[in-house]
Design a protein around this ligand. Sequence first.
Ligand code: ZN
Ligand code: ZN
Length: 470
Amino acid sequence: MNKHSNSFWVLASLFEYSTVTIAYQTEARITQSKPSGSSRWFAKLSQRFKRSQINENGQDSHRYGFAVGLAAGLYFANHGPSVVPIVAAKDKPMISPVKPRERDFYAPNSEALASDEMRVIACGTGMPTPRPAQAAACFLVELGNGDKFLFDIGDGSVERLFGLQIPTAFLDKVFIGHLHGDHFGGIGALYVAGGIAGRFSPLRIWGPSGSTPELGTKAAIDAMETMYAWDLAGRLGQTDVRGFATDVTEFDYKKVQVVYEENGVKITAFPAIHAIDGSVSYRLDWKGLSFVFSSDTYPNKWFVEYAKDADLVVHECFIAVPDLVAIYGLTPEAALQVGTQIHTAPEAFGKIMSLVKPRHAVAYHFWNGPDSTPAVLERILKTYDGPLSLAEDYMVWNVTKDGIRERMAVINHHSWNPPAAYPPEPVKAEDRVGYSPEIEAGRYNVDDVLKPIYEEAGKALGREFEYPSN
Ligand SMILES: [Zn+2]
Ligand SMILES: [Zn+2]
Protein backbone atom coordinates (compact mmCIF):
# COMPACT_ATOMS: atom_id res chain seq x y z
CA MET A 1 0.00 0.00 0.00
CA ASN A 2 2.72 2.44 0.89
CA LYS A 3 6.45 2.40 1.36
CA HIS A 4 6.21 1.62 5.09
CA SER A 5 3.94 -1.38 4.82
CA ASN A 6 6.15 -2.75 2.04
CA SER A 7 9.23 -2.49 4.21
CA PHE A 8 7.32 -4.16 7.03
CA TRP A 9 6.68 -7.24 4.93
CA VAL A 10 10.23 -7.33 3.66
CA LEU A 11 11.50 -7.21 7.22
CA ALA A 12 8.94 -9.72 8.47
CA SER A 13 10.00 -12.24 5.85
CA LEU A 14 13.64 -11.60 6.67
CA PHE A 15 12.89 -12.27 10.33
CA GLU A 16 11.10 -15.45 9.43
CA TYR A 17 14.01 -16.62 7.30
CA SER A 18 16.58 -15.85 9.93
CA THR A 19 14.72 -17.57 12.76
CA VAL A 20 16.98 -20.38 13.74
CA THR A 21 18.41 -21.85 16.86
CA ILE A 22 21.78 -20.29 17.44
CA ALA A 23 24.70 -22.59 16.95
CA TYR A 24 27.73 -22.12 19.09
CA GLN A 25 31.03 -23.78 19.92
CA THR A 26 31.30 -25.64 16.61
CA GLU A 27 29.59 -24.93 13.34
CA ALA A 28 28.32 -28.51 13.24
CA ARG A 29 26.64 -28.33 16.62
CA ILE A 30 23.10 -28.40 15.30
CA THR A 31 22.93 -30.79 12.45
CA GLN A 32 19.65 -29.59 10.99
CA SER A 33 19.86 -25.87 11.56
CA LYS A 34 19.60 -23.33 8.79
CA PRO A 35 22.46 -20.89 8.39
CA SER A 36 22.21 -17.63 10.24
CA GLY A 37 24.34 -14.61 10.86
CA SER A 38 25.08 -15.84 14.36
CA SER A 39 26.08 -19.34 13.35
CA ARG A 40 28.39 -17.86 10.73
CA TRP A 41 29.86 -15.71 13.45
CA PHE A 42 30.48 -18.72 15.63
CA ALA A 43 31.84 -20.64 12.69
CA LYS A 44 34.32 -17.83 12.16
CA LEU A 45 35.21 -18.03 15.84
CA SER A 46 35.72 -21.71 15.46
CA GLN A 47 37.87 -21.20 12.36
CA ARG A 48 39.96 -18.69 14.22
CA PHE A 49 40.38 -21.22 16.98
CA LYS A 50 41.48 -23.88 14.53
CA ARG A 51 44.06 -21.49 13.08
CA SER A 52 45.41 -20.88 16.54
CA GLN A 53 45.69 -24.65 16.90
CA ILE A 54 47.74 -24.90 13.72
CA ASN A 55 49.99 -22.02 14.73
CA GLU A 56 50.09 -23.07 18.31
CA ASN A 57 53.67 -22.08 19.11
CA GLY A 58 53.53 -19.10 21.40
CA GLN A 59 50.29 -17.62 20.02
CA ASP A 60 48.66 -17.07 23.37
CA SER A 61 46.77 -13.99 22.19
CA HIS A 62 44.78 -16.17 19.81
CA ARG A 63 43.82 -18.44 22.62
CA TYR A 64 42.84 -15.53 24.84
CA GLY A 65 40.76 -14.02 22.05
CA PHE A 66 39.08 -17.32 21.55
CA ALA A 67 38.32 -17.72 25.23
CA VAL A 68 36.67 -14.30 25.35
CA GLY A 69 34.75 -15.07 22.18
CA LEU A 70 33.67 -18.42 23.51
CA ALA A 71 32.42 -16.93 26.75
CA ALA A 72 30.43 -14.38 24.77
CA GLY A 73 29.20 -17.15 22.50
CA LEU A 74 28.08 -19.29 25.40
CA TYR A 75 26.26 -16.34 26.89
CA PHE A 76 24.44 -15.36 23.70
CA ALA A 77 23.65 -18.93 22.79
CA ASN A 78 21.77 -19.37 26.03
CA HIS A 79 20.49 -15.92 26.81
CA GLY A 80 20.81 -13.79 23.75
CA PRO A 81 18.56 -12.80 20.90
CA SER A 82 17.76 -15.51 18.40
CA VAL A 83 16.82 -13.12 15.63
CA VAL A 84 19.73 -11.75 13.69
CA PRO A 85 18.60 -9.86 10.58
CA ILE A 86 20.81 -11.00 7.74
CA VAL A 87 20.36 -7.87 5.65
CA ALA A 88 19.77 -4.47 7.19
CA ALA A 89 16.47 -2.98 6.08
CA LYS A 90 16.78 0.29 4.19
CA ASP A 91 13.93 1.89 6.06
CA LYS A 92 13.18 1.60 9.73
CA PRO A 93 9.92 -0.38 10.07
CA MET A 94 7.05 1.54 11.64
CA ILE A 95 5.64 -1.50 13.41
CA SER A 96 7.32 -4.62 14.75
CA PRO A 97 6.35 -8.06 13.42
CA VAL A 98 3.67 -9.79 15.51
CA LYS A 99 3.62 -13.15 13.76
CA PRO A 100 4.80 -16.00 16.04
CA ARG A 101 8.14 -17.49 15.15
CA GLU A 102 9.37 -21.03 15.63
CA ARG A 103 10.53 -21.47 19.24
CA ASP A 104 14.26 -21.59 19.85
CA PHE A 105 13.79 -23.09 23.33
CA TYR A 106 11.92 -26.05 24.75
CA ALA A 107 8.93 -25.39 26.96
CA PRO A 108 8.24 -28.64 28.86
CA ASN A 109 4.90 -30.31 28.18
CA SER A 110 4.15 -28.09 25.21
CA GLU A 111 5.33 -30.34 22.38
CA ALA A 112 4.10 -33.76 21.33
CA LEU A 113 6.79 -36.26 20.40
CA ALA A 114 6.35 -37.89 17.00
CA SER A 115 5.82 -41.65 17.13
CA ASP A 116 9.41 -42.15 15.94
CA GLU A 117 11.06 -39.32 17.87
CA MET A 118 13.33 -39.37 20.92
CA ARG A 119 13.88 -36.47 23.29
CA VAL A 120 16.82 -36.41 25.70
CA ILE A 121 17.06 -33.85 28.50
CA ALA A 122 20.15 -33.24 30.62
CA CYS A 123 18.93 -33.06 34.22
CA GLY A 124 22.43 -33.16 35.71
CA THR A 125 25.78 -32.57 34.04
CA GLY A 126 28.09 -31.53 36.87
CA MET A 127 30.72 -32.81 39.24
CA PRO A 128 30.82 -34.75 42.54
CA THR A 129 30.82 -31.49 44.50
CA PRO A 130 27.53 -29.56 44.38
CA ARG A 131 27.13 -26.43 42.29
CA PRO A 132 23.92 -24.38 41.93
CA ALA A 133 24.25 -24.19 38.13
CA GLN A 134 24.69 -27.91 37.57
CA ALA A 135 23.22 -30.92 39.34
CA ALA A 136 25.18 -34.19 39.21
CA ALA A 137 24.76 -36.79 36.47
CA CYS A 138 21.24 -37.48 35.15
CA PHE A 139 19.86 -37.83 31.63
CA LEU A 140 16.17 -38.32 30.88
CA VAL A 141 15.22 -40.14 27.69
CA GLU A 142 11.64 -39.75 26.46
CA LEU A 143 10.33 -41.78 23.54
CA GLY A 144 7.45 -41.21 21.17
CA ASN A 145 5.75 -44.34 22.51
CA GLY A 146 5.34 -42.65 25.92
CA ASP A 147 8.20 -44.48 27.66
CA LYS A 148 10.62 -42.55 29.85
CA PHE A 149 13.97 -43.67 31.23
CA LEU A 150 16.44 -42.11 33.61
CA PHE A 151 20.15 -42.74 33.24
CA ASP A 152 21.90 -41.99 36.54
CA ILE A 153 20.22 -39.95 39.23
CA GLY A 154 22.94 -37.74 40.73
CA ASP A 155 22.66 -35.29 43.61
CA GLY A 156 20.31 -32.41 42.83
CA SER A 157 18.92 -33.90 39.63
CA VAL A 158 15.45 -34.52 41.06
CA GLU A 159 14.87 -30.77 41.34
CA ARG A 160 15.44 -30.59 37.58
CA LEU A 161 13.08 -33.51 36.97
CA PHE A 162 10.35 -31.86 39.03
CA GLY A 163 10.96 -28.63 37.12
CA LEU A 164 10.03 -30.51 33.94
CA GLN A 165 6.62 -31.21 35.52
CA ILE A 166 6.46 -34.83 34.39
CA PRO A 167 4.13 -36.94 36.58
CA THR A 168 6.43 -38.96 38.84
CA ALA A 169 4.49 -42.14 38.02
CA PHE A 170 6.32 -42.04 34.69
CA LEU A 171 9.74 -41.43 36.25
CA ASP A 172 9.84 -44.95 37.65
CA LYS A 173 12.68 -46.53 35.65
CA VAL A 174 16.25 -45.65 36.66
CA PHE A 175 19.41 -47.13 35.16
CA ILE A 176 22.40 -46.50 37.42
CA GLY A 177 25.85 -46.69 35.84
CA HIS A 178 27.80 -46.83 39.09
CA LEU A 179 27.34 -46.11 42.75
CA HIS A 180 29.27 -42.87 43.18
CA GLY A 181 27.12 -40.29 44.93
CA ASP A 182 27.20 -37.94 41.96
CA HIS A 183 25.51 -40.68 39.90
CA PHE A 184 22.91 -42.04 42.31
CA GLY A 185 22.81 -39.58 45.22
CA GLY A 186 19.40 -38.31 44.07
CA ILE A 187 17.79 -41.74 44.34
CA GLY A 188 16.49 -40.98 47.85
CA ALA A 189 14.75 -37.81 46.65
CA LEU A 190 13.17 -39.67 43.73
CA TYR A 191 12.13 -42.50 46.05
CA VAL A 192 10.57 -40.27 48.72
CA ALA A 193 9.40 -37.17 46.83
CA GLY A 194 8.40 -39.20 43.76
CA GLY A 195 6.35 -41.45 46.06
CA ILE A 196 4.63 -38.53 47.75
CA ALA A 197 3.96 -36.70 44.47
CA GLY A 198 2.17 -39.51 42.68
CA ARG A 199 4.33 -42.56 41.97
CA PHE A 200 2.08 -45.02 43.78
CA SER A 201 4.09 -48.01 42.60
CA PRO A 202 7.62 -49.34 43.29
CA LEU A 203 10.58 -47.44 41.89
CA ARG A 204 12.24 -49.74 39.32
CA ILE A 205 16.03 -49.60 39.47
CA TRP A 206 18.66 -51.32 37.32
CA GLY A 207 22.31 -51.31 38.29
CA PRO A 208 25.51 -53.35 38.30
CA SER A 209 26.73 -55.90 40.80
CA GLY A 210 29.99 -55.22 42.63
CA SER A 211 33.03 -57.40 43.18
CA THR A 212 31.35 -58.42 46.47
CA PRO A 213 27.61 -58.44 47.28
CA GLU A 214 27.81 -55.40 49.58
CA LEU A 215 29.31 -53.33 46.75
CA GLY A 216 26.37 -54.02 44.42
CA THR A 217 23.26 -52.01 43.54
CA LYS A 218 20.90 -54.29 45.48
CA ALA A 219 22.78 -53.77 48.75
CA ALA A 220 22.91 -50.00 48.18
CA ILE A 221 19.17 -49.73 47.55
CA ASP A 222 18.31 -52.04 50.46
CA ALA A 223 20.39 -49.77 52.69
CA MET A 224 18.62 -46.71 51.30
CA GLU A 225 15.24 -48.18 52.20
CA THR A 226 16.54 -48.88 55.71
CA MET A 227 17.79 -45.29 55.91
CA TYR A 228 14.27 -44.03 55.20
CA ALA A 229 12.57 -46.23 57.83
CA TRP A 230 11.61 -43.22 59.97
CA ASP A 231 10.45 -41.25 56.94
CA LEU A 232 8.12 -44.06 55.90
CA ALA A 233 6.84 -44.74 59.45
CA GLY A 234 5.86 -41.10 59.78
CA ARG A 235 3.77 -41.24 56.61
CA LEU A 236 1.80 -44.39 57.41
CA GLY A 237 -1.88 -43.56 57.66
CA GLN A 238 -1.16 -40.01 56.43
CA THR A 239 -0.44 -40.49 52.71
CA ASP A 240 -0.56 -43.24 50.09
CA VAL A 241 2.81 -44.97 50.60
CA ARG A 242 2.63 -47.57 47.85
CA GLY A 243 5.54 -45.78 46.15
CA PHE A 244 7.79 -46.46 49.13
CA ALA A 245 9.06 -49.67 47.58
CA THR A 246 11.73 -50.63 45.07
CA ASP A 247 12.13 -53.27 42.41
CA VAL A 248 15.87 -53.75 41.83
CA THR A 249 17.43 -55.61 38.93
CA GLU A 250 21.11 -56.16 39.66
CA PHE A 251 23.16 -57.60 36.82
CA ASP A 252 26.74 -58.80 36.35
CA TYR A 253 28.94 -55.75 35.67
CA LYS A 254 31.42 -57.88 33.68
CA LYS A 255 28.98 -58.98 30.99
CA VAL A 256 27.66 -57.27 27.89
CA GLN A 257 23.96 -58.01 28.19
CA VAL A 258 20.44 -56.82 27.47
CA VAL A 259 19.06 -55.72 30.84
CA TYR A 260 15.70 -54.33 29.66
CA GLU A 261 13.46 -55.29 26.77
CA GLU A 262 9.86 -54.07 26.85
CA ASN A 263 7.55 -52.24 24.49
CA GLY A 264 10.07 -52.25 21.63
CA VAL A 265 12.82 -50.69 23.78
CA LYS A 266 16.08 -52.54 24.32
CA ILE A 267 18.68 -51.41 26.85
CA THR A 268 22.09 -53.05 26.82
CA ALA A 269 24.66 -52.70 29.61
CA PHE A 270 28.38 -53.09 29.02
CA PRO A 271 31.42 -52.75 31.30
CA ALA A 272 33.12 -49.47 32.10
CA ILE A 273 36.45 -48.78 33.83
CA HIS A 274 36.12 -46.39 36.75
CA ALA A 275 37.48 -46.30 40.31
CA ILE A 276 36.95 -50.02 41.08
CA ASP A 277 35.12 -52.90 39.43
CA GLY A 278 31.38 -52.35 39.11
CA SER A 279 30.83 -49.49 36.66
CA VAL A 280 28.81 -49.90 33.49
CA SER A 281 27.58 -47.89 30.51
CA TYR A 282 24.23 -48.25 28.72
CA ARG A 283 22.92 -48.23 25.19
CA LEU A 284 19.20 -47.75 24.46
CA ASP A 285 17.79 -48.84 21.07
CA TRP A 286 14.29 -48.07 19.87
CA LYS A 287 12.81 -47.79 16.38
CA GLY A 288 16.23 -47.49 14.75
CA LEU A 289 17.31 -44.65 17.07
CA SER A 290 19.99 -45.07 19.69
CA PHE A 291 21.18 -43.29 22.83
CA VAL A 292 24.39 -44.24 24.62
CA PHE A 293 25.37 -43.10 28.10
CA SER A 294 28.81 -43.71 29.59
CA SER A 295 28.13 -42.81 33.23
CA ASP A 296 31.79 -42.54 34.35
CA THR A 297 34.64 -44.34 32.68
CA TYR A 298 38.22 -44.29 31.56
CA PRO A 299 38.28 -44.65 27.75
CA ASN A 300 37.51 -48.28 27.01
CA LYS A 301 37.12 -50.80 24.21
CA TRP A 302 33.52 -51.66 25.04
CA PHE A 303 32.37 -48.09 24.58
CA VAL A 304 34.12 -47.81 21.21
CA GLU A 305 32.40 -51.03 20.13
CA TYR A 306 28.89 -50.54 21.51
CA ALA A 307 28.49 -46.82 20.93
CA LYS A 308 29.70 -47.11 17.33
CA ASP A 309 27.57 -45.06 14.93
CA ALA A 310 24.88 -44.40 17.53
CA ASP A 311 22.70 -41.29 17.27
CA LEU A 312 23.19 -39.39 20.52
CA VAL A 313 26.28 -40.46 22.43
CA VAL A 314 26.81 -38.99 25.91
CA HIS A 315 30.26 -39.59 27.37
CA GLU A 316 31.88 -38.14 30.43
CA CYS A 317 34.56 -35.51 29.88
CA PHE A 318 36.41 -34.19 32.89
CA ILE A 319 37.69 -30.69 33.57
CA ALA A 320 41.12 -30.10 31.97
CA VAL A 321 43.95 -31.02 34.33
CA PRO A 322 45.34 -27.46 34.80
CA ASP A 323 41.86 -26.25 35.78
CA LEU A 324 41.38 -29.17 38.16
CA VAL A 325 44.25 -27.59 40.07
CA ALA A 326 43.40 -23.91 39.50
CA ILE A 327 39.60 -24.04 39.80
CA TYR A 328 38.66 -27.35 41.40
CA GLY A 329 41.40 -27.19 44.02
CA LEU A 330 43.09 -30.57 43.51
CA THR A 331 46.81 -31.08 43.99
CA PRO A 332 48.70 -31.60 40.71
CA GLU A 333 49.16 -35.28 41.60
CA ALA A 334 45.44 -35.76 42.29
CA ALA A 335 44.48 -33.77 39.19
CA LEU A 336 46.61 -35.99 36.95
CA GLN A 337 45.33 -39.19 38.55
CA VAL A 338 41.64 -38.22 38.69
CA GLY A 339 41.59 -36.15 35.51
CA THR A 340 43.32 -38.66 33.25
CA GLN A 341 43.26 -42.11 34.89
CA ILE A 342 39.92 -42.37 36.76
CA HIS A 343 37.96 -40.24 34.30
CA THR A 344 38.16 -39.28 30.63
CA ALA A 345 40.29 -36.22 29.88
CA PRO A 346 38.92 -33.91 27.16
CA GLU A 347 41.65 -34.99 24.73
CA ALA A 348 40.68 -38.63 25.32
CA PHE A 349 36.96 -37.81 24.98
CA GLY A 350 37.71 -36.43 21.51
CA LYS A 351 39.72 -39.49 20.60
CA ILE A 352 36.90 -41.82 21.66
CA MET A 353 34.31 -39.80 19.71
CA SER A 354 36.52 -39.82 16.61
CA LEU A 355 36.45 -43.62 16.82
CA VAL A 356 32.73 -43.88 17.65
CA LYS A 357 31.64 -41.30 15.05
CA PRO A 358 28.21 -40.65 16.56
CA ARG A 359 25.61 -38.56 14.78
CA HIS A 360 25.99 -36.18 17.71
CA ALA A 361 28.44 -36.29 20.62
CA VAL A 362 27.66 -34.90 24.06
CA ALA A 363 30.34 -34.14 26.64
CA TYR A 364 29.28 -33.87 30.28
CA HIS A 365 30.81 -34.09 33.76
CA PHE A 366 32.72 -30.82 33.84
CA TRP A 367 31.85 -27.43 35.23
CA ASN A 368 30.37 -25.73 32.21
CA GLY A 369 31.12 -22.02 32.48
CA PRO A 370 33.34 -19.29 31.10
CA ASP A 371 36.25 -20.23 33.38
CA SER A 372 36.53 -23.96 32.67
CA THR A 373 34.77 -24.57 29.34
CA PRO A 374 37.33 -22.95 27.00
CA ALA A 375 40.06 -25.42 28.00
CA VAL A 376 37.67 -28.38 27.73
CA LEU A 377 36.62 -27.39 24.22
CA GLU A 378 40.13 -26.52 23.09
CA ARG A 379 41.35 -29.95 24.13
CA ILE A 380 38.40 -31.84 22.65
CA LEU A 381 38.93 -30.12 19.30
CA LYS A 382 42.51 -31.39 19.19
CA THR A 383 41.14 -34.90 18.63
CA TYR A 384 37.54 -34.52 17.39
CA ASP A 385 35.85 -32.25 14.87
CA GLY A 386 32.38 -33.80 14.59
CA PRO A 387 28.99 -32.59 15.89
CA LEU A 388 29.32 -31.76 19.57
CA SER A 389 27.39 -30.39 22.53
CA LEU A 390 29.02 -29.30 25.75
CA ALA A 391 26.21 -30.29 28.08
CA GLU A 392 24.69 -28.15 30.75
CA ASP A 393 21.57 -28.70 32.80
CA TYR A 394 18.29 -28.37 30.88
CA MET A 395 19.92 -28.93 27.49
CA VAL A 396 17.48 -30.79 25.24
CA TRP A 397 18.04 -32.88 22.12
CA ASN A 398 15.24 -33.96 19.81
CA VAL A 399 16.43 -36.96 17.81
CA THR A 400 14.75 -38.21 14.64
CA LYS A 401 15.98 -39.91 11.49
CA ASP A 402 16.03 -36.48 9.85
CA GLY A 403 18.08 -34.55 12.35
CA ILE A 404 19.18 -33.81 15.87
CA ARG A 405 18.11 -30.49 17.28
CA GLU A 406 19.63 -28.99 20.42
CA ARG A 407 17.87 -26.40 22.54
CA MET A 408 17.61 -25.34 26.15
CA ALA A 409 14.53 -26.12 28.24
CA VAL A 410 12.97 -23.17 30.01
CA ILE A 411 11.39 -24.12 33.30
CA ASN A 412 9.43 -22.35 35.99
CA HIS A 413 11.71 -22.20 39.02
CA HIS A 414 8.66 -21.75 41.23
CA SER A 415 6.80 -24.71 39.77
CA TRP A 416 4.54 -26.79 41.99
CA ASN A 417 4.35 -30.57 42.18
CA PRO A 418 3.95 -32.21 38.80
CA PRO A 419 0.36 -33.39 38.27
CA ALA A 420 -0.39 -36.91 39.48
CA ALA A 421 -1.10 -39.46 36.77
CA TYR A 422 -3.78 -41.11 38.90
CA PRO A 423 -5.34 -40.44 42.33
CA PRO A 424 -3.96 -41.79 45.62
CA GLU A 425 -5.73 -44.48 47.60
CA PRO A 426 -7.54 -43.31 50.75
CA VAL A 427 -5.47 -43.80 53.90
CA LYS A 428 -6.58 -45.45 57.14
CA ALA A 429 -6.12 -43.48 60.34
CA GLU A 430 -5.51 -46.72 62.27
CA ASP A 431 -2.26 -47.22 60.30
CA ARG A 432 -0.73 -44.16 61.94
CA VAL A 433 2.19 -44.80 64.24
CA GLY A 434 1.37 -41.86 66.51
CA TYR A 435 3.27 -40.35 69.47
CA SER A 436 4.26 -41.64 72.87
CA PRO A 437 2.25 -40.24 75.84
CA GLU A 438 5.23 -38.02 76.81
CA ILE A 439 5.38 -36.34 73.42
CA GLU A 440 1.59 -36.23 73.04
CA ALA A 441 1.38 -34.41 76.37
CA GLY A 442 3.48 -31.58 75.01
CA ARG A 443 0.83 -30.28 72.61
CA TYR A 444 -0.06 -26.67 73.19
CA ASN A 445 -3.81 -26.14 72.83
CA VAL A 446 -4.41 -24.12 69.66
CA ASP A 447 -7.84 -25.66 68.91
CA ASP A 448 -9.39 -22.17 68.82
CA VAL A 449 -7.41 -21.29 65.67
CA LEU A 450 -7.35 -24.75 64.04
CA LYS A 451 -11.04 -25.65 64.38
CA PRO A 452 -12.11 -22.76 62.09
CA ILE A 453 -9.84 -24.20 59.35
CA TYR A 454 -11.87 -27.42 59.46
CA GLU A 455 -15.11 -25.42 59.34
CA GLU A 456 -13.75 -23.37 56.45
CA ALA A 457 -12.90 -26.55 54.51
CA GLY A 458 -16.34 -27.98 55.30
CA LYS A 459 -18.10 -24.90 53.96
CA ALA A 460 -15.93 -24.70 50.87
CA LEU A 461 -16.31 -28.36 49.93
CA GLY A 462 -19.85 -28.98 51.20
CA ARG A 463 -19.02 -31.84 53.57
CA GLU A 464 -18.05 -32.24 57.17
CA PHE A 465 -14.47 -32.78 58.33
CA GLU A 466 -14.23 -34.20 61.83
CA TYR A 467 -11.81 -32.30 64.07
CA PRO A 468 -9.37 -34.82 65.60
CA SER A 469 -9.72 -35.49 69.31
CA ASN A 470 -6.33 -36.05 70.90
ZN1 ZN B 1 32.20 -41.83 39.37
ZN1 ZN C 1 31.00 -38.86 38.33
